[in-house]
Each structure stands twice: as structure tokens, then as C-alpha cells.
Design a protein around this ligand. Structure first.
Ligand SMILES: Nc1ncnc2c1ncn2[C@@H]1O[C@H](COP(=O)(O)OP(=O)(O)OP(=O)(O)O)[C@@H](O)[C@H]1O
Ligand SMILES: [Mg+2]
Length: 257
């Protein structure tokens, strides 16, 4: 579905990614893990068109898409959430999700989105679709509340609903469980499973190993912008290089939970 070859990304003297080869297969849950600054978000930014890679190519269904803009990628079925929430705080929750649906339905509607009255006149089908997605992610009871008044855990789910409104085939989640309590993390794991079961291929960046190990068919481990390991959750968890990167060299015999 997605194939990266020799991806490098430099920011001045910082080599955020160095020669990454990576493939994402349809219908599976993939995770990208690694210590802070390993290049995980940069990898998402390169794949979703936020950054152009310094080297290498990204192919989506065989088509080279590196250098395409985020909206061009969205039209090809690629959606994402952000490590730092990107929510319109002055809109209510439902309107935030409708933004995603409108982006899919028509680029020409974009000016209308910037005016709340325009958005309120938007067609009922779009509104109903957004409500349905809010039900799916479990935040429908907050539909008419201003986003700025909502708890963090609700906003994390709201962002996922907005991304799903693009009707993606490939969904990137950057730290969906960060800042959530244990109960919310368990619910996030179930939500990710439901999304995958609905036919969307999911790639997540996540620090919570319990979540990663619980949902992933495939795990890619980055360290200092390089691929340290990849494989099934079991393979990666048992990999001494991965354990050392997480727990420090000399952590022989330690285990990743
Ligand atoms: N826009 C940018 N300009 C300059 N340097 C950047 C930029 N974006 C990322 N970097 C640098 O690239 C490296 C990788 O950053 P990245 O955000 O991809 O890491 P990460 O694995 O997502 O980390 P975290 O787990 O903390 O979110 C870091 O050294 C970071 O400072
Ligand atoms: Mg990050």
C-alpha cells in the first residue's frame, strides 16, 4: 500500500531521518516506536506531505507521492492526527468533525468553512455523517460543546473522528494515547482495533508499549533517524538492540512490557 525507499530528512545540521526503507501493508495495524527525537513525527510528516524528503521516495499504491501536498494526499486516502492537537477551539465539536467531511467533499467549500454561518448552512448529510463518526469514536454527547471547553481525552478522539471524515484508507495517529489515563488508554486500544476492523489501515506512533504491543501487527523501531529494527511486536520486544535503546545499554535480561 505504502512504500518508502531511502527516505532522508535533514533540518540544517540535524539528520532527522537517514535512509529509511519501510512498507505498510493494507489491512494491518502498524506502529512506529523509538525514543524522543528518533524521527517518528518527521516520518509521518514526510509521508503525509508536510515535508518533502531530502532524499528518497514515497510510493502510495505504486504512485510516487513524495513532494505532493497534504491535501493531495488526503484526496488519495491519507489522513492523520497530530501529536499536538490541531483543533479549532472556537468551533463546537461537531463542526470540527464536519471540517474533515467538507475537505473531502469539496475544496471549493473551504472559504465557507472559515465562516461559521456558512458551515451551519452546510448540508444535513454532512452533519449526520459527522454525528455518526462522533458516535463511532464515543464523543457524540459533546457534539454541541465548544471545543475549547472539552477535556483532553475527548479532543484526542475528536481529532480521530475528523480524520475519519476524510474517509481515509490509510490513517496516521501520532501518539493517540499520550496524556490519557489507563482507562482511556484501554478505550483507545479498542477504538484503534475498531478502525482497523472497519477496513482502514492504521499506522500509529506511540510511546505506550502496552498499547503498541496490544494492537500492532507490525512494529518499526527508529533510533537517531535510523531503522533499528522491525517485525512483529513479539520480535521487536525480544530484540536486544531495541531493549538497549529503550532501557540503556547493559539492560541485558530486561524486558519491554
Ligand atoms: N521542523 C524542524 N526543524 C528542525 N528540526 C526538527 C524539525 N522537526 C523535527 N526536528 C528535529 O528532528 C529530530 C526528530 O524529531 P521528531 O519530532 O521527528 O522526533 P520524534 O521521534 O517524533 O520525537 P517525540 O517522541 O519526542 O515526539 C529531532 O532532533 C528534532 O529536533
Ligand atoms: Mg513526535
Amino acid at each position: 500500500m505504502l512504500e518508502l525507499t531511502g527516505i532522508a530528512k535533514r533540518f540544517g545540521g540535524v539528520q532527522a531521518l537517514a535512509g529509511i526503507d519501510y512498507a505498510v501493508s493494507a489491512g494491518r495495524v502498524h506502529s512506529v516506536i523509538g525514543p524522543n527525537g528518533a524521527g517518528k513525527t518527521t516520518l509521518f510528516n514526510v509521508i503525509t506531505g508536510v515535508y518533502r524528503p531530502s532524499e528518497g521516495t514515497v510510493k502510495l499504491h505504486g504512485e510516487v507521492v513524495s513532494g505532493r501536498s497534504p491535501d493531495q494526499l488526503a484526496r488519495r486516502g491519507v489522513a492523520r492526527t497530530f501529536q499536538n492537537l490541531q483543533i479549532c477551539h472556537h468551533m463546537n465539536a461537531l463542526e470540527n468533525v464536519m471540517v474533515g467531511a467538507h475537505l473531502r467533499l469539496s475544496q471549493r467549500l473551504l472559504p465557507a468553512l472559515l465562516h461559521l454561518p456558512g458551515l451551519r448552512r452546510a448540508d444535513g448529510g454532512c452533519r449526520e455523517e459527522a454525528m455518526e463518526l462522533m458516535r463511532f469514536v464515543g464523543v457524540h454527547e459533546y457534539a454541541l460543546r465548544l471545543a475549547e471547553a472539552l477535556p483532553y481525552g475527548v479532543l484526542k478522539r475528536l481529532e480521530i473522528a475528523r480524520a475519519l471524515a476524510l474517509k481515509p484508507r490509510l490513517l496516521f495517529l501520532d501518539e493517540p494515547a499520550a496524556g490519557l489515563n489507563p482507562t482511556e488508554k484501554g478505550a483507545m486500544r479498542e477504538l484503534i482495533r475498531s478502525i482497523a476492523q472497519s477496513g482502514v489501515t492504521v499506522v500509529l506512533v506511540e510511546h505506550d508499549m502496552k498499547l503498541v504491543m496490544g494492537v500492532s501487527d507490525h512494529v518499526l523501531v527508529l533510533d537517531y533517524g535510523r531503522k533499528l529494527a522491525e517485525g512483529t511486536a513479539e520480535e521487536v520486544r525480544a530484540n536486544p538492540a531495541v531493549i538497549a535503546a529503550y532501557l540503556g545499554a547493559g539492560a541485558a535480561g530486561a524486558t519491554l512490557q
